[in-house]
Design a protein around this ligand. Structure first.
Ligand SMILES: NC(=O)c1ccc[n+]([C@@H]2O[C@H](COP(=O)([O-])OP(=O)(O)OC[C@H]3O[C@@H](n4cnc5c(N)ncnc54)[C@H](OP(=O)(O)O)[C@@H]3O)[C@@H](O)[C@H]2O)c1
Length: 250
């Protein structure tokens, strides 16, 4: 099966292209680096020729509210229009657990628009909602840092290894379209502030984590269950401590 991975050079995309290739699929990484730009439409018709599945794991280069909205709205419109012409039979997209619960956030408003365009496109689709990647926790921490203090809401948190996300997205991509959303999360339910405190300790990072229920995440205040999936989510195997050992060893 020829599967085009939009954002195939990114964190999830590069892992996904490798995994699909190992399973005998023709996985094509498509991104501006390989001459495919979903914002302008450049290279889209060519790369989709002969493909049956498209997986969109791209991300906006800028997270400013207007930029991220322009990115997901324009790129998704261009991509779906090109897919309709190419006869794509399954569109898969990666989004975030709780996207619909965080309308205060410009990033999550843009992801909602992306998902609505997919649902209304008429193309069979699957949307995978993942929790926060272990690999992303450093960026979250840096964004929440003021001097030597990290302010985070003490809400439930169930992060996941990017490798497990890629495995899940790959399985969904080669399966029957869900025409719905599936959630995926890591194996441990903790608290956001406690998780980051432990992660900093493990790296001998001296920053102090302060629990602040009004601390914002991507511009949104969080409630107890904003970031955690509901019943029926796929729960993956890799624990943070094991991932940390592997990434330190690497
Ligand atoms: N971070 C998290 O914790 C988290 C949790 C759940 C879901 N997600 C979702 O996961 C998805 C992927 O995230 P990631 O961290 O793997 O992304 P990433 O590493 O930042 O990679 C982004 C990819 O998008 C590509 N891209 C940028 N502009 C493009 C354009 N105009 N046309 C085509 N491709 C373009 C980049 O290509 P170049 O390399 O050529 O620039 C790159 O391959 C995102 O949609 C995000 O919402 C993230």
């Amino acid at each position: 099966m020829r599967i085009v991975v939009i954002g195939g050079t990114g964190l999830i995309g590069s892992k996904l292209v490798t995994k699909l290739g190992e399973h005998g699929h023709e996985a094509v990484a498509a991104s501006p680096n390989s001459g495919v730009d979903t914002l302008t439409g450049e290279g889209l018709a060519e790369v989709l020729t002969g493909a049956s599945v498209v997986v969109d794991v791209s991300n906006s280069p800028s997270f400013a509210d207007a930029d991220v909205m322009a990115f997901f709205e324009t790129s998704t419109r261009n991509l779906l229009a090109a897919e309709a012409v190419a006869g794509i039979t399954h569109h898969v997209a990666l989004s975030v657990v709780g996207t619909e619960r965080l309308p205060e956030s410009g990033y999550f408003r843009a992801k909602v628009v992306q998902e609505q365009l997919i649902k209304n496109s008429g193309i069979p689709y699957s949307i995978v909602h993942a929790t926060q990647f272990f690999e992303f926790v450093k960026s979250i921490t840096d964004a929440a840092t003021d001097g030597t203090t990290v302010r985070l809401a003490p809400v439930l948190f169930q992060p996941i290894a990017a490798d497990d996300v890629a495995t899940t997205v790959g399985r969904v991509a080669v399966g029957t379209p869900l025409n719905g959303v599936v959630e995926v999360a890591g194996p441990e339910l903790t608290r956001f502030d406690e998780f980051v405190r432990d992660a900093l300790l493990a790296r001998n990072d001296p920053r102090e984590v302060v629990a602040d229920e009004h601390a914002r995440y991507f511009g949104a205040e969080l409630s107890e269950r904003s970031l955690v999936p509901g019943d029926g989510a796929i729960v993956t195997a890799t624990r943070f401590s094991d991932w940390l050992k592997q990434s330190t060893a690497g």
